[in-house]
Each structure stands twice: as C-alpha cells, then as structure tokens.
Design a protein around this ligand. Structure first.
Ligand code: HEM
Length: 188
C-alpha cells in the first residue's frame, strides 16, 4: 500500500481536528450570539485555532511539495470494457486541492475581518474597546460565513469518498493516511 509520510499524516490529522473545533466553536458559540463579554473567550480560542490552521495548511503544502504524495490508482472493474471512473473518485481530484484553498481562504478572511474590528487588540492586547455590535456590518463576515458553507460541503464529499473506498470498495483507504505498523514488512 502507498502511504503518506508520517509528517504529513500528523499534519493532516492535526488540521482535521483543529478545523472541526473551529467549526464547532464558530457555529455553537459565535454565530447568532450577542457580542458581549461572554463571547471573548470562545472568540479568542476560535481566532487562535484559525491562525494555527492557516500555519498548518501552509506547512502541509510545503511538506507535500517537498515529499510528493503516494500514487493512488483507481481500480476499474476488469469485466467492463468501458473505463468508468466512479463520480466520487472523479470529484476527489478537484475537491482535494479545493480543501486546501478554502481552508486557507477561510482563515485569511477571518484575519481580514479582525483588522477593521480591532479584534487582536481586544482579545489579546488588553484594549478597552468593545466588540462591534454586529460583525455582519463588515463584508468579510459575510464571506467568512459563506466560505464556511462551501468548506463544509467539501469536507462532506471528502468523508463520503473515504466511506465509499474504505467500506464499500473494501480498500484499507484509512491506512494511506495512517502510520505504518512498527514491526513486520513495510508496505510502501
Ligand atoms: C479555517 C479556519 C476557520 C474556520 C473553519 C472558521 C469557522 C467559522 C465558522 C463556522 C463561523 C460561524 C459562521 C456562520 O455561522 O456564519 C465563524 C465565525 C467567525 N470567525 Fe471563524 N473560522 C476560521 C478562522 C478564523 C480566523 C483566523 C478568525 C480571525 C482571525 C476568525 C474569526 C471569526 C469571527 C470574528 C467570526 C464571527 C463571530 C460572530 O459573528 O459573532 N475565524 N468562523
């Protein structure tokens, strides 16, 4: 089996975990909540997570460019004369680069939103200013919300493709993005 390198596996799962947390905090504790003092802690955690995600995304792109990625061959049914590639596999070709792009844009737009709202000063530098009455007064907030929907759809396709390959096609697809067993034969 062709596996991703251990560094890349660590970066992938760290990104997945942080994106999940940023989403949860964004949806549960930020969206549609009053902009009072109680919002400062979840917002601070969200911003730190978002910046870590941005750094991890850049690190992943660098590691990927330096080390390449393992080849993945799409198995086609031998009996069928026509070379038919399942739609989910076809979509993955486009979705995988889009996942990087939209994760990056999401974090970049978050930073864009934090500039006119003095978010960094308020959250981390002890500024006396208060949060804006409504973040939606800033175009970046609308973009942040819209991009979050697109990112959710992309992540949904990514998970569906995994379920299809792992459980319906019976490949050890998860093993590609996990560490090789310490003992025994290396598979790549
Ligand atoms: C990939 C990283 C990020 C993800 C996945 C993410 C996700 C989200 C989500 C899902 C929401 C709620 C959206 C909605 O319901 O419309 C949200 C809101 C928000 N995010 Fe992020 N975010 C990220 C990065 C950032 C960064 C880096 C910052 C700032 C530096 C930031 C600042 C905010 C702010 C200020 C809000 C709005 C809070 C409000 O309306 O009260 N986010 N984010």
């Amino acid at each position: 089996m062709n596996r991703y390198r251990p560094w890349y596996v660590i970066l992938h799962w760290a990104s997945a975990l942080l994106v999940l947390l940023a989403f949860l905090i964004g949806l549960v504790s930020l969206a549609n909540q009053p902009n009072d003092g109680a919002k400062l802690v979840p917002l601070g955690v969200h911003v730190v997570l978002g910046i870590l995600i941005l750094l991890l995304t850049l690190a992943r792109l660098i590691v990927r460019a330096l080390m390449g990625r393992p080849v993945y061959r799409i198995e086609r049914p031998a009996a069928s004369g026509r070379r038919k590639v399942p739609l989910l596999d076809l979509l993955s070709v486009y979705v995988q680069p889009l996942l990087y792009l939209f994760t990056f844009l999401m974090a970049a737009v978050g930073i864009w939103l934090s500039i006119p709202t003095d978010l960094f000063e308020i959250l981390f530098l002890g500024s006396e200013k208060s949060l804006p009455p409504d973040f939606y007064a800033y175009p970046a907030r609308v973009w942040h919300g819209t991009l979050s929907l697109v990112l959710m759809l992309l992540i949904g396709q990514h998970i569906l493709a995994f379920v299809y390959r792992q459980f319906l096609r019976g490949e050890n697809y998860f093993g590609r993005m996990w560490f090789a067993p310490r003992r025994g034969k290396r598979e790549d």
